[in-house]
Ligand binder design. Structure first.
Ligand code: NAI
Ligand code: MG
Length: 478
């Protein structure tokens, strides 16, 4: 098979990176109380990008107090239509600075520029636009006779995959409903959250309405344990999600958890295979597989298994791995060394269990954290690679003979976030979708997102919905 050689096409926009960033508390940039800082690097080059103030418990306390003051003094008193104007301003600023934010997201996290540019940033802006529109129409979301009341101060803890988008998923509905926010970005990807703080400042939001306090797990834990938040919205690992749920049980603090997944992606023999292969590739290799709803367990009807494997082998040979800032790149950098080690460890367990590994032929860059697009055939339900979230560009392929067997295998997981189905038979699509225990089921497509559509899981994938009208209820009392 021939592939075209492309000349390098690196993104020419360079973001305004500061040498140092403070904490954004009470509408102003502040140093950490104890002066502690940490560095964020570019995972594709391992180069240091900036030094960031690290928020400890004392800073968390300041941020929560600022958010409380911002809530009591300004935000809850503002007419809903005026709240909307501020949120629209944020949305417009994200759009106007879209190119710069995309480059920043790519440099800090390793996601390919074509994805940050065409998905992450536009979808983040879309969430602010969508929820700005709701701010003065909340009565219409309520049951008759009920008045929409905000919760108060919301703590938002987000992961390193889709950093700005995950912040937008939480901040946009929180603000629209009249709440104020303390955002804790992930330790490896704080830069777009800090750029968002700049936008919030330029949009002239009242002080304390949005606070951004970078740090690590201890910072997140301090925010949860502070006791001053009326709600915690968390996206991240199931393990940490469980800790937070235990900590807040019985406290009256509202909680939404968007956790891990091991989504079944089912391909029936009657599926349009060309499209299905593209869906499978998008499902697992999008953002290097750092996706909570990634289609990481492929269930293929046995009689098309060999053909699917042959086509997939051919297709991954055409994927381009390398510089995430190059617009030709399909597979960017793994977010961190720790994540690369985790992927590596799980892949070695797959080989030791007897599954067969197929990888895209490519040379890995000398510096940075990279892992080739990979899949395993001959996977058994009992293998770790069939059960645990790998959170990397690694697909596990299993087979089935009947739709009932497909459903049984698909549901044989402690998770329940997303699933996908490929078949040419409409009725089969419908009844399989209904039998799958997952919060989101995509039919003959995958990874579709829209701010008007709710997203979330159940069982070990968490609870609560983000997006759509349902996303409003998570930020309203009653
Ligand atoms: P993590 O759950 O530790 O981190 C997510 C966020 O929570 C970060 O902002 C982190 O600083 C914060 N955090 C960590 N410990 C906390 C605590 N005790 N209390 C409050 N906040 C805390 O995820 P991590 O370690 O970065 O990744 C580990 C694995 O988790 C990954 O390999 C992947 O399998 C999974 N993961 C899943 C995500 C999803 O969207 N489903 C997102 C990130 C990770
Ligand atoms: Mg980084």
């Amino acid at each position: 098979m021939t592939t075209f050689e492309y000349a390098p096409a690196p993104e020419s926009v360079r973001p305004h990176l500061r040498e140092r960033y403070g904490l954004f508390i009470d509408g102003a940039w502040q140093a950490a109380q104890d002066g502690r800082t940490f560095e964020t690097i570019d995972p594709a080059t391992e180069a240091r990008l900036a030094e960031i103030a690290y928020a400890s418990a004392a800073d968390v306390d300041r941020a929560v107090r600022a958010a409380r003051k911002g809530y009591e003094k300004y935000w809850r008193k503002l007419k809903p239509a005026d709240r909307a104007k501020y949120i629209f301003r944020i949305a417009r600023a994200i759009t106007e600075r879209g190119r710069e934010l995309a480059v920043l997201e790519t440099m800090d996290g390793g996601t390919p520029i074509k994805e940050s540019r065409d998905f992450d940033i536009p979808t983040a802006a879309a969430h602010f636009f969508y929820y700005a529109g709701w701010a003065d129409k909340l009565e219409w979301a309520m049951r008759a006779g009920r008045t929409p009341e905000p919760l108060g101060v919301c703590g938002a803890i987000v992961p390193w995959n889709f950093p700005l988008l995950m912040a937008a998923w939480k901040i946009a509905p929180a603000l629209a409903c009249g709440n104020t926010v303390v955002l804790k970005p992930a330790e490896t990807t704080p830069l777009t959250a800090l750029a968002l703080a700049q936008i919030v400042q330029e949009a002239d939001l009242p002080p304390g309405v949005v606070n951004v306090i970078p740090g690590d797990g201890a910072t997140g834990a301090a925010l949860v344990e502070h006791g001053g938040c009326d709600k915690i919205a968390f996206t991240g690992s199931t393990e940490v999600g469980k800790t937070i749920a235990r900590r807040l049980a019985g406290s009256g603090t509202r909680l939404t958890l968007e956790l891990g997944g091991k989504a079944a992606h089912i391909v029936f023999a009657d599926a349009p295979l060309d499209q299905a292969i593209e869906g499978v590739v998008n499902g697992i290799y999008f953002n290097q597989g750092h996706v909570c709803c990634a289609g990481s367990r492929l269930l293929v009807e046995e009689r098309v298994h060999d053909e699917v494997v042959a086509r997939l082998t051919e297709r991954i040979a055409t994927l381009r791995l390398g510089d995430p800032l190059d617009k030709n790149t399909d597979i960017g950098a793994i977010n961190s060394r720790a994540q690369l080690e985790k992927i590596d460890e799980l892949v070695r367990s797959g080989i030791a269990d007897g599954a067969e590994l197929v990888q895209q032929p490519c040379t890995l860059p000398e510096r940075g954290f990279f892992f080739p697009a990979s899949f395993f055939t001959g996977v058994q339900q009992s293998h770790r690679i069939a059960r645990e979230e790998i959170f990397g560009p690694v697909l596990s392929i299993l087979t089935f003979r009947t739709p009932d067997e497909a459903i049984e295998k698909a549901n044989n997981t402690p998770y329940g976030l997303s699933a996908g189905i490929w078949t040419d038979t409409g009725s089969k699509n419908m009844w399989v979708a209904q039998a799958l225990r997952a919060g989101v089921v995509w039919c003959n497509t995958f990874n579709q997102f829209d701010p008007a559509s709710p997203f979330g899981g159940y069982r070990e994938s968490g609870f609560g919905r983000e997006g759509g009208v349902h996303g409003l209820y998570e930020y309203l009392a009653g």
